[in-house]
Design a protein around this ligand. Structure first.
Ligand SMILES: [Zn+2]
Length: 268
């Protein structure tokens, strides 16, 4: 599933490719699962609009549209598990599971494909996904988010109403770097531990963005090429393998239905 760094990578690719381009026409497929707004709202909001900006909010891609010089709707794309938003030449084969094609004035096409259809497409005039951007917040804002939470720290990190965009992989990686067990109650963390965790979250996300996002499952970047350099996962997906620090076998447990990986020796 694309997480914050993957979405950021897609956003940066799109930004370089489509800003200033105008959407001439929009085709929407017959499958309605990915549509959070009805096709009858999406099509007129997009057609004739210029792409003024492409931003990331948590794991959402926010495309700011304008009509002439006037701000218009936001086109919101959530990639879900397998969604891809790709700029293609019109002659490129249309992949199966293409749900939206926006023809651009430059001659190219912005295509949304999603085999598993957990992705979401919407248009709106106001968008607030809740939570705070993990890369924008200070330590002083981070610490109180977790102070009174009785849930495991792993669940709190995944709570999108607290930090938006931190997903399973980077939560595991950050907890490993901070030396904190995923099952620890958030409220039991000391200030020093929260400080370490804050730094680890920032570090892991920045490194992953610099690496172009981890290439997991069906994820590809905005121009469609797979095979990004992958951030070396230190614990995620390494169940039974040796901890890179102390050689203890990495454990996997399930917390709130999600796999959590940790080193029983390095993480307290
Ligand atoms: Zn270890």
């Amino acid at each position: 599933m694309p997480e914050l760094p993957e979405v950021e990578t897609v956003v940066r690719g799109l930004r370089a490719a489509v800003i200033g381009d105008t959407i001439e026409s929009v085709w929407i497929g017959s499958r309605h699962q990915p549509l959070k707004s009805p096709a009858a709202e999406i099509v007129p909001a997009l057609e004739g609009a210029t792409i003024a900006a492409v931003r990331r909010m948590g794991k959402h891609i926010v495309i700011d549209l304008s009509i002439g010089d006037h701000p218009a709707a936001h086109f919101i794309v959530h990639l879900g598990m397998t969604g891809q938003l790709v700029v293609s030449r019109p002659e490129a084969d249309t992949p199966k599971h293409t749900h939206l094609i926006a023809k651009l004035a430059s001659g190219r096409e912005l295509r949304f494909t999603d085999p598993r259809m957990f992705g979401k497409l919407a248009v709106t005039h106001e968008f607030d996904p809740g939570g705070i951007e993990p890369l924008d917040l200070t330590l002083e804002q981070f610490v109180p988010l977790f102070r009174r939470r009785k849930t495991p720290i792993k669940s709190a990190l995944l709570n999108q109403q607290l930090l938006r965009g931190v997903g399973n992989i980077y939560a595991d990686e950050a907890l490993y770097r901070a030396g904190i067990r995923p099952r620890r109650r958030a409220s039991s963390l000391t200030h020093a531990e929260l400080q370490k965790l804050y730094q680890a979250v920032q570090q892991v996300l920045h490194e992953a963005i610099a690496a172009g996002g981890s290439s997991v499952s069906d994820y590809v970047g905005a121009t469609g090429e797979p095979g990004f350099f992958q951030l070396q996962h230190r614990v995620y997906g390494r169940e039974g393998e040796r901890c890179l620090r102390c050689k203890t076998a990495v454990k996997r447990i399930v917390i709130s239905g999600r796999s959590s990986h940790y080193c029983p020796k390095c993480q307290k």
